[in-house]
Design a protein around this ligand. Structure first.
Ligand code: SAM
Length: 227
């Protein structure tokens, strides 16, 4: 899968794309991530990417010309592509919708800045995605959130695919509590059953614990599941 990230701050992506499992996925060529500076798609001598809003008001708006030039030039021929604008006004990103994007061979992620992009750019966008009901200064962190959440679903990226299946939200529940050594830490014991080696018992304890955690921490999820 190819990800094209369109931004006026390419340097924001340097470290996140090198570190940890995302960095490894790129190294192993499980995904290709290309970062494009929107300024390189400008044609004026000052490389302007923003201008004042028609009708007045505070802030600047991202000009449509370089954005549309990029959105038109980036799709790779014959690849199934989707163009996404990260925007607080978009569809809320949730675990349940992520796997829909695995069908695409190329995802173009447009990161806004300032007051956002000229509204006419929507004609060159397939979808807007929001990472939550709050406003950030730019779309770069939302693009990374989307990228990381999606890339970890690609087979081979996370060591044990089973761990992705058990993650919170995958089956509608939060994940069961996890413990590691030592068995006792400052008076707090690891639940006995996890030391028993009885896989059936462990499985049913985890099932029960996932329900309890969900009921305690996320009543809204619990109501949807009716347990
Ligand atoms: C300051 S915001 C613009 C907000 C816009 N004026 C509004 O009220 O809808 C600048 C950019 O940050 C990004 N952004 C901010 N919050 C976001 C969110 N919750 N989800 C996705 N992108 C977001 C978008 O790319 C947006 O164009």
């Amino acid at each position: 899968m190819i990800f094209d990230l369109l931004t006026i701050f390419p340097e924001i992506f340097t470290s996140p794309l090198q570190a940890s499992l995302l960095g490894k996925a790129i190294q192993k060529k499980l995904v290709q991530v290309r970062v494009h500076d929107i300024r390189t798609f400008t044609t004026d001598k000052h490389h302007r990417v923003d201008d004042i809003p028609y009708g007045g008001g505070p802030g600047m708006v991202m000009k449509p010309e370089p954005l549309v030039a990029a959105l038109e030039s980036l799709p790779v021929p014959d690849k199934k592509v989707r163009r996404i604008y990260l925007s607080p006004q978009g569809r809320r990103l949730e675990q349940g919708i992520l796997s829909n994007y695995l069908q695409y061979e190329q995802l173009i992620l447009l990161c806004g800045r300032y007051e956002g992009v000229d509204a006419r750019v929507e004609h060159w966008i397939d979808e807007e995605i929001s990472i939550g009901d709050y406003v950030l200064m730019g779309g770069e962190l939302p693009a990374l959130v989307f990228l990381e959440a999606l890339v970890r679903l690609i087979p081979g990226v996370v060591g044990k695919e089973e761990s992705v299946r058990h993650d919170s939200f995958s089956a509608g529940l939060l994940e069961y509590p996890q413990y590691t050594r030592p068995e006792e830490f400052r008076g707090h014991q690891v639940p006995e059953v996890l030391l028993s080696g009885d896989h059936q018992k462990i499985e049913s304890w985890r099932q029960q614990a996932a329900q309890e955690v969900t009921a305690r921490k996320r009543q809204d999820l619990r109501r949807g599941l009716k347990f």
